[in-house]
Design a protein around this ligand. Structure first.
Ligand SMILES: [Zn+2]
Length: 181
């Protein structure tokens, strides 16, 4: 079992992003509990049973909860009993970080290749991409000043910083996981 620190903030952020905001009260309620019926959850949170089921099934499609069904001896119908899968939430934290690193690396490649090359008027009248700037002969149509290439080194630096931060976090997460094994 993984012992990655899963603070309330981290937990809420990842589940909000993957499943949705309305899931959070159900997740909170199921913490430190096991095999809770959907009726009990609905009652505790003052939600309609159908609404509660909808939330639980959405969580289930991401494996954030597990359930088993049992026939109610008196009523004769089946009731589902739900348990939160905290390890899966930890996995999602790691998966999301990996995804974000990939996206940032894509962005970095594009910035570095100057695909987002922009030209600015020193008086801030316009900002134009390369095609537009070249049709203007690199002169501002408003004030006639020469357009200057926008420096994206700060942007590149910021993206690199974010990637380093996420990769560091990921390495820490995996380290704690290895120790716990
Ligand atoms: Zn200008």
């Amino acid at each position: 079992m993984c012992t990655m620190r899963l603070t309330k903030e981290v937990r809420n952020n990842v589940v909000r992003e993957v499943v949705g905001e309305d899931v959070l009260p159900v997740m909170e309620y199921l913490l430190d509990k096991e095999n809770i019926s959907e009726f009990k959850i609905a009652e505790a949170l003052d939600l309609e049973v159908n609404r509660t089921r909808n939330i639980l099934y959405r969580m289930y499609t991401h494996n954030i909860v597990t359930y088993h069904r049992k026939k109610d001896r008196i009523k004769g119908w089946y009731i589902s009993y739900w348990t939160l899968n905290l390890n899966r939430i930890k996995q999602l934290v790691t998966e999301l970080k990996r995804k974000k690193i990939e996206q940032l690396k894509d962005k970095l490649t594009k910035e570095a290749a100057n695909e987002n090359l922009f030209f600015l008027c020193p008086n801030m009248c316009i900002r134009a991409d390369f095609d537009r700037a070249s049709t203007l002969d690199f002169r501002c149509p408003e004030c006639g000043n020469l357009l200057a290439q926008q420096d994206n080194s700060k942007t590149i630096e910021n993206i690199q910083g974010l990637i380093e931060k996420l990769e560091g976090e990921l390495a820490d997460d995996l380290k704690t996981k290895a120790v716990a094994k």
